[in-house]
Design a protein around this ligand. Structure first.
Ligand code: DAH
Length: 341
């Protein structure tokens, strides 16, 4: 019996020291000291031994049990230490690793161009005004001297919301609203979204953006318009830029002009961008028609002014030369990332 117990103890002791996880050690504990472990069974059977042998056998088995319990306790402390170490290794944070990059957003190229234009005009003393995108026929047309039969009022160009109400087709109604709201002098720009019944293609979008400008003061002439826009064109496209005015027609200005800027690509010699002419069309403008002043309640004998309207998409296109207007609205990061703000 004594050899068998020795073997049992040796086997149990090496099983205990072989366990490297607390789960494995628990299995060993059940196998060595559990209710059906050989040692437990033998302890239970002591009563059946001859009385003379019981004391020695019981002590012997009990000593083994006590030693194995002690070995289990020691081992379990050791294994707990091992496991803690492993966990710390696995969960370790290496503070020297580079951080995971957090992509940061930027300003859309249209927003950049709008803000640049705003900065230029605010630097000249203009204020920025906004108006509603759902506009009354009165401000979108009538107050701008656009007569009833004008083709721009027809279904083909204008998106009508209801009788007398449309999505504004330009930012010019904000000049009419501004004049009603305040007394001259006026130095204002009005950026915003406009809508037209257009099928999207490389150069058309049913929704686009404009910046309207309006100046009303004493003694304002076409020369003021020209000087102002030459300054703006140079700020936008570079110091060497020249401008030229071509006669045009808008119902709300008299005279009306279209403004060209000398081609920033070829410098005026003629290239693909300016279609060989050396000039690029930039905006429409003119001297505010006296009718428009009168409708707004300004006395055209005292006040005069100039106005202009430009497409923000067009300015962005002229600055950056992308091939298709629709790129501006598709939010493809491969496009937008080319214009870091
Ligand atoms: N509203 C015009 C358009 O959408 C642009 C424009 C032309 C605005 C001449 C003006 C102006 O203020 O004077 O095409």
């Amino acid at each position: 019996m004594s050899t068998a117990i020795d073997e049992l103890e040796t086997g149990a002791t090496s099983a205990i020291s072989a366990a490297t996880t607390s789960a494995a050690l628990e299995d060993v504990r059940v196998a060595v000291l559990g209710r059906s472990a050989p040692l437990t069974l033998q302890l239970r059977e002591i009563g059946q031994l001859p009385p003379a042998e019981r004391g020695a056998a019981g002590k012997r088995l009990n000593d083994v049990r006590v030693r194995l319990e002690a070995a289990l306790t020691t081992r379990s402390e050791h294994v707990a230490g091992l496991e803690l170490e492993q966990r710390l290794m696995a969960e370790r944070v290496d503070v020297t690793l580079p951080g995971a990059p957090v992509p940061s957003g930027g300003l859309h190229v249209l927003t950049q161009v709008r803000r640049q234009l705003e900065d230029i005009f605010v630097g000249l003393g203009y204020t920025v005004a906004e108006g509603p995108e759902i506009e009354l026929e009165h401000y979108n047309f009538t107050a701008l001297n656009i007569p009833d039969g004008h083709p721009a009022k027809g279904e083909t160009d204008t998106l009508w919301v209801g009788p007398g109400v449309c999505l504004r087709t330009h930012t010019s109604p904000v000049q009419a609203r501004t004049m009603v709201a305040q007394e001259p002098p006026v130095y204002v720009i009005c950026p915003g979204r406009v809508y037209r019944r257009d099928t999207p293609d490389a150069t058309h979008s049913p929704i686009f953006h404009q910046i309207e400008g309006l100046v009303v003061d004493r003694g304002i002439t076409l020369a003021d318009l020209k000087g102002t826009l030459q300054y703006v064109a140079r700020r936008l496209f570079g110091d060497g830029r020249e401008i030229r005015l071509r006669t045009s027609y808008f119902p709300f200005t008299e005279p009306s002009v279209e403004l060209d800027v000398s081609c920033f690509l070829c410098g005026g010699a003629g290239c693909g961008v300016c279609k060989g002419s050396g000039w690029i069309e930039m905006l429409g403008a003119g001297v505010v028609d006296p009718n428009v002043l009168t409708i707004a309640g300004y006395d055209p004998e005292v006040w005069s002014g100039f106005a202009f309207g430009m497409g923000i998409e067009r300015i962005a296109f002229l600055k950056h030369g992308f091939p298709d207007l629709r790129l501006l609205y598709e939010n493809d990061l491969r496009f937008l990332e080319q214009f870091p703000a």
